[in-house]
Design a protein around this ligand. Structure first.
Ligand SMILES: Nc1ncnc2c1ncn2[C@@H]1O[C@H](COP(=O)(O)OP(=O)(O)OP(=O)(O)O)[C@@H](O)[C@H]1O
Ligand SMILES: [Mg+2]
Length: 183
């Protein structure tokens, strides 16, 4: 994986697999303090204490097809290898929060990559799930809330091609104006 956006997609897929109704993605970056924080919260099934202790160890997974779950360990590594930090908290039946903090200018920090594409894919592929996406960089902020979009669209489905095309441009334009190519 060479893009943090793909790590984010993997973490969001965990939330979807956990049956989340709302997935909240927040990206916050501040160049003055050389800090970027990526946080994913969900209201899915959560994990018990024992699983939670094991999930950042690559030899733990609930998948039967493969013995190694890599989503969380890779996300953790992506942050820690920049001198940043990682945390995860979870409560059975309540949900899970994952947070990774990066030193933006560190040589080992992977580029953010196509965050817009990942957000669009998550939204269009999971019309039953709501997403609240907040992106903030040096005080410039944008928010996308599918609950609001659905209210505006009424009967029109989120995964309709025209809606998807509109969202694609909307997300891209917003991300360009918030952080341009700087992350
Ligand atoms: N948001 C979440 N809610 C509930 N359980 C989770 C969540 N995220 C991770 N888990 C649990 O932690 C395990 C490890 O997750 P991780 O993403 O590291 O690997 P994986 O999803 O099993 O496999 P991979 O991501 O490599 O396809 C999952 O199998 C799941 O049991
Ligand atoms: Mg996973």
């Amino acid at each position: 994986m060479r893009e943090l956006a793909l790590n984010i997609l993997d973490i969001a897929e965990n939330s979807l697999a956990a049956g989340a109704k709302l997935v909240t993605l927040s990206l916050w970056a501040d160049f003055a303090s050389d800090t970027m924080r990526i946080r994913i919260d969900d209201d899915g099934c959560g994990m018990d204490e024992e699983t939670l202790q094991k999930v950042t160890d690559p030899f733990t997974t609930s998948r039967k097809t493969r013995s190694v779950g890599m989503g969380l360990p890779l996300f953790k590594y992506s942050a820690e290898s920049t001198g940043g930090c990682f945390s995860i908290s979870s409560e059975k039946g309540k949900g899970t929060s994952v947070c990774a903090e990066y030193r933006i200018g560190h040589i080992d920090r992977m580029p953010l990559g196509d965050l817009g594409g990942v957000v669009l894919q998550m939204i269009a592929m999971n019309p039953q799930t709501d997403f609240l996406v907040t992106v903030e960089c040096d005080g410039k902020k944008g928010v996308l809330d599918t609950r609001e979009i659905k209210e505006i669209l009424g009967e029109i489905p989120l995964d309709m091609p025209e809606v998807r095309a509109f969202l694609k441009d909307y997300i891209r334009e917003n991300l360009v104006s918030i952080y341009g190519g700087r992350l």
